[in-house]
Design a protein around this ligand. Structure first.
Ligand code: SF4
Length: 228
């Protein structure tokens, strides 16, 4: 298990909880608008796991939970044993994932170690390779979401409304998904780092918050639990 970054306290990464956020390096997708591009390039900065554990022991009672994010946490060998260590400290655990590893999610569901999941659904299935890199596919993501529903796990699905997604795309995505317990549409922000060849699409005009709110209303018929 490799951790490459830590936010010691966050009020916005785990709904209703005060949480520390741990970032793992590496991802099997390559979304052009990734906000953590430095993590895609591998583990340049490795934080000692004992230091993190000592910090978490000291913060018992002050923090409610831990968010494991990235990068893509399900690619980490040793993820389950690491989460077990955290659980022994009595923290709630939220896992952020791109949804590409349903077999890992199935294992996590068996262990009961995660209290909450956030799964990104990034594009209509037909546009996954274009938006998330050539090897990306929506099939495993939909399988992950199906498993979470089947196990009645606490989870949300998130979509960043990048400028390249239009109303038709969002409606298509809302229909491709089963009805999910919480669907979050996030406004697009320009990332600090991006690939030079992506400059044009990165700098396309973002939707305003008002427009994103209007898009939420468009998909509400299909996804009644979209966060308004
Ligand atoms: S799945 Fe997430 S971490 Fe991976 S490239 Fe896409 S935005 Fe970045």
């Amino acid at each position: 298990m490799i951790i490459s970054g830590m936010v010691k306290s966050s009020l916005v990464d785990y709904p209703g909880q005060v949480a520390a956020v741990l970032f793992v390096p590496g991802c099997n997708f390559n979304c052009f608008f990734c906000h953590n591009r430095f993590l895609l390039e591998g583990a340049h900065n490795i934080i000692n796991l004992k230091e993190i554990k000592d910090f978490l022991i000291k913060r018992t009672g002050l923090l409610d939970g831990i968010v494991i994010t990235g990068g893509e946490p399900t690619l980490q060998t040793g993820l389950i044993s690491y989460l077990r260590e955290i659980k022994e400290l009595d923290y709630k655990i939220k896992l952020d994932t791109n949804g590409s590893s349903p077999f890992v999610i199935a294992q996590l569901l068996q262990t009961g170690l995660c209290d909450y999941f956030a799964v990104d659904y990034k594009a209509p299935a037909a546009r996954y390779p274009e938006i998330c890199g050539n090897s990306a596919s929506a099939g495993p993501v939909l399988k992950t979401i199906g498993l979470l529903l089947e196990h009645q796990a606490g989870f949300e699905v998130r979509t960043t409304v990048i400028p390249q997604l239009n109303e038709e795309d969002l409606l298509c995505m809302a229909k491709e998904l089963p009805v999910v317990p919480r669907y979050v549409l996030n406004r697009y922000r320009v990332p600090e780092r991006y690939l030079p060849e992506d400059q044009n699409r990165i700098l396309e005009t973002a939707y305003t918050q008002e427009h994103v709110n209007a898009l939420k209303m468009v998909i509400k018929g299909r996804q009644p639990n979209v966060l308004i």
